[in-house]
Design a protein around this ligand. Structure first.
Ligand SMILES: Cc1cc2nc3c(=O)[nH]c(=O)nc-3n(C[C@H](O)[C@H](O)[C@H](O)COP(=O)(O)O)c2cc1C
Length: 181
């Protein structure tokens, strides 16, 4: 069955490690016939949530009309949401965190976003897997609250510079993630 997958990236490095894994995932998912819409949050203008609670009252997901309103319709339609990012200071990079925070508008706006699948692709410099806690736990809990099923996580440690991912099996794991959706 063809599925619609929305891929939201969080790195500003186009030739970076998480983008390489994202590309591998997208290629594998497209080969399965899945429909991909990809948004590179760090190259878009998405601010944080203003908690004004006027979601969908102006006809758009968010009354603060930045690029989140371009992403929102695809999140609503998607069967699966895949987040990809590096770890920044043991946490989620600001640019993609803005997108995640603004998913609040879909909830407050009364949209039924339950039943989606969710996956995470992430990388970091350090070699300790717990470095991912500040990324993994918020994504897992957000998915649980939204009634999304976590279907897979690719967490690659020990990559600092662009290209380091090629010394790991990160891209292979990212491609294999397509089979879990
Ligand atoms: C602002 C910033 C903060 C970072 N913080 C961490 C960190 O807390 N722990 C870590 O292991 N790596 C950290 N890194 C390293 C990145 O996670 C690592 O270089 C990663 O491979 C970058 O992925 P990318 O090439 O997809 O951008 C940080 C990098 C930057 C630019």
């Amino acid at each position: 069955m063809s599925k619609k997958i929305v891929v939201i990236t969080g790195s500003p490095r186009k030739k970076g490690n998480s983008f390489a894994m994202t590309d591998a995932f997208v290629k594998a998912a497209e080969a399965k016939g899945y429909e991909i819409s990809r948004f590179d949050a760090a190259m878009m203008n998405v601010g944080g949530c203003h908690a004004c609670e006027t979601c969908f009252k102006t006809g758009k997901a968010c009354s603060y009309d930045d690029d989140f309103n371009i992403i929102a319709p695809d999140i609503l339609k998607a069967d699966a949401v895949v987040f990809t990012m590096p770890v920044y200071w043991y946490s989620i990079p600001a640019q993609i965190k803005g997108v995640i925070d603004r998913i609040y508008s879909l909830v407050v706006g009364g949209k039924d976003i339950s039943g989606k699948e969710c996956a995470l692709i992430a990388c970091c410099e350090e070699k300790d897997i717990t470095v991912f806690d500040g990324v993994r736990i918020p994504i897992e809990r957000t998915a649980a609250l939204n009634k999304w099923k976590m279907v897979g996580e690719v967490l690659i440690t020990g990559v600092l510079n662009a290209g380091d991912i090629n010394n790991t099996d990160g891209c292979k794991q990212a491609a294999a993630l397509a089979d879990k959706i």
